[in-house]
Design a protein around this ligand. Structure first.
Ligand code: NAP
Length: 246
């Protein structure tokens, strides 16, 4: 596609989402950042995006809120004229063994991680269909493929993203809309900074490449999946995990 593209990236205020937004901006893509907190918390990300010479705007929105996501998508289409790329990256954890996990832990994680993807896809796809063009990438996790003790809610949400992605690929393929998932392993972010050195050492033993991944490793996978080089790829789950789950 030669025309300048517009990407909506959720959870792009920080972490993996911020690196994805920056990487797409460097590809001359305008960016709509959709994040939960007030814009002030994403100040650094927004300044870096602006320095790339693209249009970047911030929208505060809870992705788990169906009507709020409808409103925000309409506003983004009004501001940018279209949405070519949707990256569903916003996600949280609330880890506990199932015995201790209560209903609110389950609902919160499923609502943000999985329903959040449904909400965005539901509201963005009518605009993509009109243009007969769309690239959707949702951030799953290797935990969604392999399971993980203490993460029943998170693993279920990330496995759900894979089923959702494959279905969207089938339903929208005829409209030139692709849908793929990226499944990161352990990546250096606030999420993994919280681990103890002992936990990290135990983790390295599980990873053939022997190290945690960088947010850029995930952004590179997203950049590929939304590029013209990936035009014939849809419904895949691309693991970016240093070989942790083979
Ligand atoms: P992070 O640093 O915690 O960032 C998550 C982002 O999502 C934050 O900007 C957060 O906003 C936003 N967010 C949270 N709840 C939201 C909501 N309800 N509506 C809108 N935005 C919301 O996490 P990360 O490590 O970059 O992870 C990004 C994605 O990769 C997640 O889906 C995660 O599950 C997945 N992942 C991460 C790893 C890893 O090792 N880090 C591994 C596998 C998969 P606030 O700043 O306002 O909280």
């Amino acid at each position: 596609m030669n025309e300048k593209r517009v990407a909506l990236v959720t959870g792009a205020g920080r972490g993996i989402g911020a690196t994805i937004a920056l990487t797409l901006a460097k590809e001359n893509t305008d960016i709509a950042v959709v994040d939960y907190a007030a814009e002030e918390s994403a100040k650094e990300t927004m300044e870096t995006l602006a320095a790339c010479g693209v249009t970047a705007r911030y929208y505060a929105c809870d992705v788990s809120d169906f009507s709020a996501t409808k409103t925000v998508v309409e506003q983004i289409v009004k501001d940018f004229g279209k949405i070519d790329i949707l990256v569903n990256n916003a996600g949280i954890t609330a880890d506990k063994l199932l015995m201790r996990m209560d209903e609110s832990d389950w609902d919160r994680v499923l609502n943000i991680n999985l329903k959040g993807c449904f909400n965005m896809i539901k509201h963005v796809t009518p605009h993509m269909m009109r243009k007969r063009y769309g690239r959707i990438v949702s951030i799953s996790s290797v935990v969604g493929l392999m399971g993980n003790a203490g993460q029943a809610n998170y693993a279920a949400s990330k496995a759900g993203i894979i089923g959702l992605t494959k279905t969207v690929a089938k339903e929208f393929g005829a409209r030139n809309i692709t849908a793929n998932a990226v499944a990161p392993g352990f990546i250096k972010t606030a999420m993994t900074d919280a681990l103890t050195e002992e936990q990290k050492q135990a983790m390295y033993k599980l990873i053939p490449l022997g190290a945690l991944g960088e947010t850029q490793d995930i952004a590179n996978a997203v950049k590929f999946l939304v590029s013209d080089d990936a035009r014939y790829i849809t419904g895949v789950v691309l693991k970016v995990d240093g070989g942790m789950y083979i």
